[in-house]
Design a protein around this ligand. Structure first.
Ligand code: FAD
Length: 391
């Protein structure tokens, strides 16, 4: 995170959770269950457990795994850590109280030649964008942060969307779910789960909770990475991207928003204000499958998203081209019946010429992507779900 993103927040590190020389209860539990070995990963686990202790989630395997995912132990010590988590008592206070307190004044932070704007309304955001077309827009910073820390990029002017009133809203509209551009994955998950359970299951595999508490759909879309997880889903679901500038508003289908490798149709003075995902029609089916080397906290080698409502079929992939893209030949094939795997593979090879890289070879990607079509057809035909998380 960039420093001014922390305005109005407390920062609590692992050194600060024990009081008066006493270990915090989650630390005591780790000691009691022998949940620490070499100790290298322990601070991360302790902080994940500390956050889990503030939540009212059930202390069962599914919730514990989700809370801990992203913390890697190389001494194979997970079982003891999970045992410690099962003993964490539920909080005796309301963890949501006070969560929506806001500062009153817009923050304008300057340090050396760096300027950081934190508009408090969408109006103010659009005016700042128009006045500073050279500024970079910052949402959660989970992509930009890497550019700053790993690639040593400097961002002399930053406009932060996180404090603009209303931009973090996630709401049920008449025909669609509307996700504000500053809403995080965590903010959107309850309604995503309700309307698009397969999408919810995928979101739980984006980074870890810490990343999902910051990262946004808007950031994922504008980043336009060919291996980003939400673009194929948003394309298959027929989502729209709502854009605004001081000149006015416009809406683009997600499919037309990403126009090339890390390139979008966003004009210099525009920002994304929301993403609209139409609800599934009765009888429509949506599934998405992510293939990565590790289940949690890993980037996709390929990801397929499938929407079918009678003849209306949309299939989109990530990891197969320079951007998230529809598989037009495969879609046509499915319109005329249930094809064999060989036919799917032939159509897939017409749609895509993927790269070979450290995540997967070209051959693997084509085969895996074809297999996912079959998986979708099997499941649509009533076969049992093969989702690891459902087993
Ligand atoms: C450890 C880790 C794990 C990750 N795992 C995954 C993963 O599994 N799958 C995956 O897809 N991604 C993953 N990511 C990437 C990242 O978390 C996502 O792409 C996230 O959605 C980015 O959102 P953000 O709000 O953090 O974007 P930011 O970093 O704030 O911004 C990203 C881009 O979007 C632009 N932008 C943001 N908001 C707007 C707006 N309203 N209008 C115009 N432009 C805007 C910014 O200028 C920037 O170019 C991971 C990242 C990390 C660090």
């Amino acid at each position: 995170m960039l420093l001014p993103q922390l305005d109005g927040l407390d920062v609590l590190t692992v050194e600060g959770i024990s009081q008066g020389g006493e270990l915090h209860p989650v630390q005591k539990l780790l000691v009691e269950t022998d949940g620490t070995q070499c100790g290298f990963c322990t601070p991360g686990f302790v902080m994940a457990m500390y956050a889990f202790a503030q939540s009212t989630e059930p202390r069962n395997d599914a919730h514990i795994h989700e809370a801990l995912a992203g913390n890697l132990c190389r001494c194979t010590g997970y079982r003891a850590i999970v045992d410690a988590c099962k003993k964490i008592p539920l909080p005796d206070f309301d963890p949501t109280s006070g969560a929506s307190e806001r500062g009153e004044d817009a923050l304008r932070y300057a340090s050396g030649e760096h300027l950081f704007f934190s508009p408090q309304s969408v109006d103010e955001l659009l005016k700042l964008r128009a006045a500073h077309p050279d500024a970079i827009i910052l949402a959660g910073g989970t992509d930009l942060g890497i550019r700053a820390s790993k690639e040593r990029e400097h961002f002399p002017k930053v406009i932060f969307t996180g404090k603009a009133l209303g931009l973090g809203e996630v709401r049920d509209d008449k025909n669609a779910l509307v996700i504000g551009a500053a809403a995080t994955y965590t903010d959107a998950l309850p309604l995503i789960d309700k309307h698009f359970p397969a999408f919810g299951a995928l979101i739980r595999r984006i980074g870890s909770r810490q990343i999902r508490n910051l990262g946004t759909f808007a950031g994922n879309l504008v980043n336009a990475s060919p291996i980003g997880d939400t673009p194929p889903c948003l394309i298959a679901l027929g989502a729209e991207v709502m854009l605004a500038s001081t000149r006015g508003e416009r809406t683009l289908p997600a499919e037309q928003f990403i126009i090339g490798y890390r390139k979008t149709a966003l004009a210099k003075d525009e920002v994304v204000v929301a993403i609209r995902i139409p609800y599934l029609a009765k009888g429509a089916r949506f599934e998405t499958y992510k293939i990565s080397k590790r289940f949690d906290q890993d980037i996709s080698a390929t990801i397929g998203a499938f929407y079918a409502n009678g003849d209306e079929i949309r299939i989109a992939y990530g990891g197969m081209a320079d951007r998230a893209k529809r598989a037009a030949n495969v879609e046509t094939l499915l319109q005329v019946g249930t094809p064999s795997l060989i036919k799917i593979e032939v159509a897939m090879a017409k749609d895509f010429t993927p790269l070979s890289d450290h995540r997967a070879s070209k051959t693997y990607r084509l085969r895996a992507a074809s297999g996912l079509v079959q998986r979708f057809l099997f499941e649509a035909g009533g076969a049992q779900s093969t989702r690891i998380e459902a087993l």
